[in-house]
Design a binder for this molecule. Sequence first.
Ligand code: BG6
Length: 511
Amino acid sequence: MPSLQTSQTITKEQMCLIEEKPSSCAIIIFGASGDLAHRKLLPSLFHLFVEKNLPPQFYVMGVARTVMTDQQFREKIRKGLSAGPFPQLVEPFLDRCFYLSGDYDGPLVYQNLHKSLNELDKKFQVGLRRIFYLSTPPSLYAPIVNRMGKTDLAYSQLEDPKSWVRVIIEKPFGDSLDSAQSLNRDISSILTEDQIYRIDHYLAKETVQNILMFRFANVLFEPVWNRNFIDHVQITAAEQLGVEHRSGYYEQAGVLRDMFQNHLLQLLALIAMEAPINLNANTVRNKRNEVLEAIRPMSQAEVQTNSICAQYGMGDINGQEVVGYRQEAGVSPSSRTATFAAVQFEIDNWRWQGVPFYIRSGKRLAERVVEIAVHFKRVPTSIFKPLLASHLSPNVLTFRIQPDEGISMQFEAKKPGPKLCMNTVKMDFGYKDIFKGTPPESYARLFLDAMIGDQTLFARSDGVEDSWRIIDPIVQYWEKTPTVSLFEYPAGSWGPNESAHLLSRNEHSWD
Ligand code: BG6
């Protein structure tokens, strides 16, 4: 959210026109020959360029081990761009892209980078405003930041308030509480917290940002947003894709580290947080983090009863037969990596005491869908006898994060006619119908926020550590206890039956 501070009163229409962007900026991508850079980062920068959202003075410097010339780098970028109606803008964008190869472990690449950046700053009149994006294997985050410190690239103490150096760090941020703490310690010995931008691309999804707008720009829901009216909450992040070409990473990560520790706990935090007093980054992050702090880490016995982890076997996705996880290239035939998890979380505070928050996520599931469903309590009694209160469907408010982005409200309605018949119906708001077009790419938004210095949509060190505190015991039980086996589910299903049991024991069921 823009951290606009103004005492002036303005209209909603004027608010939309406010432009916040610096007049110049250099973007330096470590890991610039990699998949993420060419699939997401560089196309997002191009998109910002087309939309005139990049500063007028900018350049992009790619750094990676692969040896390439500027020209080869530009050709590689070109392949990932979809210019749409603006083919004439491709060359001007590529003309501002440069490349430097080198070994991250030695000093040379940083010395060369220092020199090249100074030259390019002069050429493009950029001044000292730099965003470094670490899109490398996570084991390189600390060494790169360390070398940046040694070669005077980190600039944590700048006298000119118009100059800044910011570092965006890709996920995963650590793979356990210990490693996240150690990474936080290492990078914060070189950079200040306001220079560190820990990415969680889910926070930048339009529909995710709309959760706060929906909750706090409307009066209707906040009074009932608590344990007195809400029965339980379900968060589902289902993918049809399998592990694809990322088995090396995924084997180490599994679904709990890949999706729960970051994206899904952040969704839960946005649904459950208290109202912040303004939209300043730290005010909002304090509120999100308070929710994470209030989730008590589970004992091993609680993990056993409140979570299910599983792996996909062979099956069928959209009529195509697909192999099981252990048969995927690069996966160990005896892998213990979970590709599906369902967990019941409890938030220990006044607002949410006793309200289960169920989260499930998995690869190779029946559909690609991410949504949050807030299930309200049943009516206390029925006046529509002989129908009982238990026959009436409770209200369900659903945030459809993707695809088919929108918000819907389920309620009971009378069927036309003389008889007392009712139907469960939905009021529906669809993004595409109202706002047209598809929501913008998250990475574009995150670049823009880093340029204006807004950290709201990035995770802070304490939040990251609290999430690991919650996830660690679950990983410990399912992946590291030799007597525990993962459940299996056929590709193309909704996960193992045990995931349904997790809810049915509380008389709930997945939507
Ligand atoms: C990434 C995970 O962070 O998020 C992937 O590493 C996952 O495994 C992806 O597929 C999902 O993101 P999205 O935006 O496609 O829902």
